[in-house]
Design a binder for this molecule. Structure first.
Ligand SMILES: [Zn+2]
Length: 348
């Protein structure tokens, strides 16, 4: 009886040697066939059980079955080991390490200026305005001449313009769109013209390219009070609360009279003498505006004896800084997503 178990232990040692030498699934299969196949060593040994004396058969059968179970389980373990080793080898060769922690996901968002442009257009749409767009490369007529800025006019010195060799230019304001819209549609007219404009200016508070939004309303019997009402509704909509407003006399060639609109400081409402936003004045300059000059109406093919109206221009970048609490104009153009989205959710 002892010899039987010696035989089985010898087979276990033989199996162990064969198993530990396997390096591929194919080699593993060969070991399986060698010991557990139809003509395998353990299978053949099972067939010999019948030659044992009857009293020895149960224990011997039990020992053989136990050894077969052990072989099968060790073969399965070895298969898993080889498969894992193979896949980690593939990962190593491809430079992929699945055990590294995942990178955080960065969500995009609407740019503050685009968000504000969308908000302003929404507010103006509620007042009956439509959006009008125009080319960024303009000609002298639409950018200057038709806006009451003739070639000899000193106002041209106020705007350092990017000219092309052929006399075309990068528009210095969105006002040319007013002229194009008046010529195309006539009066009455209510349009909002958002877009990029260009001037030779670059420092912490000026960028050579910036975003403006121009508004124009031409109807009959329009007064300065209508203009003020419209701008105050707009500012209240942008900042989501009523804000005190004040108007200062100003000069633009294309409006008469011309005004500048200041609103109460959105940060301190004039209560903080060392406010970083208003510099302690309590007021923020937000728009240039005025009643449309009769010459501009004439350039647009509209009779100033019948119609009048008002126009304004706001700087969307500066307003976005105020609304979202940004401190440096240049970050709006740097594409610094974490800064632009810091603590804010923009929606469209
Ligand atoms: Zn302030």
């Amino acid at each position: 009886m002892t010899e039987i178990f010696d035989d089985l232990e010898g087979m276990r040692a033989e199996f162990n040697d064969a198993l530990s030498g396997t390096e591929t699934p194919e080699a593993l299969q060969q070991v399986k066939v060698l010991f557990l196949g139809k003509k395998g060593k353990l299978t053949s040994w099972l067939k010999n059980l019948g030659s044992l004396p009857p009293e020895e058969r149960p224990r011997a059968g039990e020992a053989v079955n136990s050894l077969r179970d052990d072989f099968e389980s060790r073969l399965a373990d070895r298969r898993v080991f080889l498969e894992e080793r193979q896949s980690s080898e593939v990962e190593r060769r491809s430079g992929l390490d699945v055990t590294l922690p995942a990178r955080g996901r960065t969500w995009g968002g609407i740019h503050p200026v685009a968000q504000l442009m969308h908000d302003v257009v929404e507010i103006l749409a509620g007042l009956g305005f439509s959006v009008a767009l125009g080319p960024e490369i303009e000609d002298d007529f639409h950018n200057f001449e038709a806006l009451n800025i003739p070639a000899s006019h000193p106002a041209r010195d106020m705007q350092d313009t990017f000219y092309f060799p052929d006399g075309h230019l990068l528009r210095t304001h969105t006002s040319p769109v007013q002229v194009r819209s008046m010529l195309a549609h006539g009066a009455p007219l209510r349009i909002a013209c958002p877009g990029k404009v260009y001037r030779k200016d670059s420092d912490p508070t000026h960028s050579p390219m910036f975003n403006q939004l121009e508004g124009l309303l031409v109807e009959k019997d329009i007064s300065v009070a209508d203009m003020k009402g419209c701008l105050e509704v707009l500012m209240e909509g942008i900042f989501a609360r009523p804000l005190k407003a004040r108007y200062r006399g100003s000069y633009f060639p294309f409006t008469e009279p011309s005004l500048e609109l200041d609103i109460e400081c959105v940060e301190c409402s004039g209560k903080n003498p060392s406010c970083r936003i208003c510099k302690g004045t309590g007021w923020l300059e937000v728009a240039g505006l005025g009643m449309v000059h009769p010459n501009v109406l004439r350039s647009g093919g509209i009779d100033p004896e019948v119609f009048n109206g008002f126009a304004w221009g706001i700087g969307l970048d500066r307003l976005a800084m105020l609304k979202y609490g940004l401190t440096d104009l240049r970050v709006l153009f740097d594409g610094n997503v974490p800064y632009l989205l810091s603590g804010r959710t923009f929606s469209c």
